[in-house]
Design a protein around this ligand. Structure first.
Ligand code: ADP
Ligand code: MG
Length: 320
């Protein structure tokens, strides 16, 4: 234990004093509920994700990284819907009233909130095992929502950024090796692809954010859309750091099945190729074509010679 231990109301006071605000927040932290204004004609997109110590981050992780990641994984869900994030709540279960820990957590959370103009409008503070539950709210035009069930046979499959970096860092950590700093940053501080999601909304069909591994998450798209998918495994975009640290067979596993990428995987009609490539340039995010949607029921990864590449497992599942 480092800093002073304080009571719950003192923690809430500190959070309230630093909370980000917006004009559409009529009433923020301090009453029994927040009052928020949704613009006419827009849908409200809502997503929640919990990070538990020992499950989603190692016990002893830096509070600033926990705070960043707790918001980032939630914003990633809004990005995958094509939504513009606006509000958040932060529910903390804490073993004790460690003010320094909460301050550090806020440093990470609020840095990312400010970057995307997201207000912190409420939450809960209780005692228990360390756990951080964040809910985010976003606006989305009903005509431009990106859903999992909208993939069509004949669509191209695309992915933003690079895949496998976070899983690479985890693999190095599990093997007791020195963790490459660039890979580690991808694991600790994922970048939610908000701009990409909004820019894609008019051109993409289905979209999902990659949290549990490409093949596992693409499986959800296949089930929801009633389609199959082919992924050209050696077309998956890899960072130079990942190429440097892992050989091709290891890289394929990390890229196709590793979790925590928080990139967007989406489908779009082939006529949109030029528009998507222009868009990638405009927003400064790499977007790579990695396969196609076909008739079928599940995703298959293909080697360059057309044979199926079979992983030993497709992604992360709780309770297995
Ligand atoms: P109540 O007992 O009415 O639920 P609380 O004491 O839980 O009130 O919370 C008081 C106010 O502080 C509420 O507006 C709540 O949203 C806010 N709040 C509590 N914990 C947090 C937190 N961790 N982050 C942001 N706001 C919080
Ligand atoms: Mg409460």
């Amino acid at each position: 234990m480092e800093g002073p231990l304080v009571a719950e109301f003192e923690l809430i006071r500190r959070i309230r004093a630093r909370a980000t605000v917006r004009d559409d927040v009529v009433l923020g932290i301090g009453d029994d509920a927040a009052l928020l204004r949704v613009p006419p004609g827009m849908l409200l997109a809502v997503a929640t994700d919990t990070l538990n110590a020992g499950v989603h981050f190692p016990t002893g992780a830096a509070p600033i990284d926990i705070g960043w990641k707790a918001l980032a994984v939630n914003l990633s869900d809004l990005a995958a819907m094509g939504a513009q994030p606006v509000w958040s709540t932060l529910s903390l279960s804490l073993p004790d009233g460690d003010a320094a820990f909460v301050d550090g957590l806020l440093d990470g959370f609020l840095a990312l909130a400010q970057r995307h103009d997201v207000a912190l409008v409420g939450g809960d503070t209780t005692r228990g095992p360390l756990s951080v539950c964040v809910t985010v709210h976003g606006f989305v035009d009903p005509q431009r929502v990106l859903r999992r069930d909208a993939a069509r046979t004949g669509d191209d499959l695309w992915v933003t950024g690079t895949l496998g970096d976070a899983a690479g860092a985890l693999a190095q950590w599990q093997a007791g090796q020195t963790i490459d700093a660039t890979l580690r940053a991808r694991l600790d501080r994922p970048t939610p692809r908000i701009d990409s999601g909004i820019a894609l909304a008019p051109v993409a069909h289905a979209c999902i954010d990659l949290s549990d591994g490409l093949l596992a998450d693409l499986g959800h798209v296949c089930v929801a859309s009633g389609v199959g998918a082919e992924v050209d495994i050696d077309a998956l975009p890899a960072s130079s750091e990942l190429r440097m640290r892992f050989d091709l067979p290891a890289r394929r596993v990390l890229q196709a099945t590793g979790g925590d990428d928080y990139e967007l995987c989406f489908s779009a009609a082939p006529e949109q190729r030029d528009a998507i490539e222009r868009m990638a340039q405009d927003i400064g995010v790499a977007i790579t074509r990695i396969g196609r949607i076909i008739d079928g029921a599940r995703p298959r990864a293909l080697l360059p010679d057309g044979r199926e590449w079979l992983p030993s497992c497709t992604g992360y599942t709780h309770f297995r």
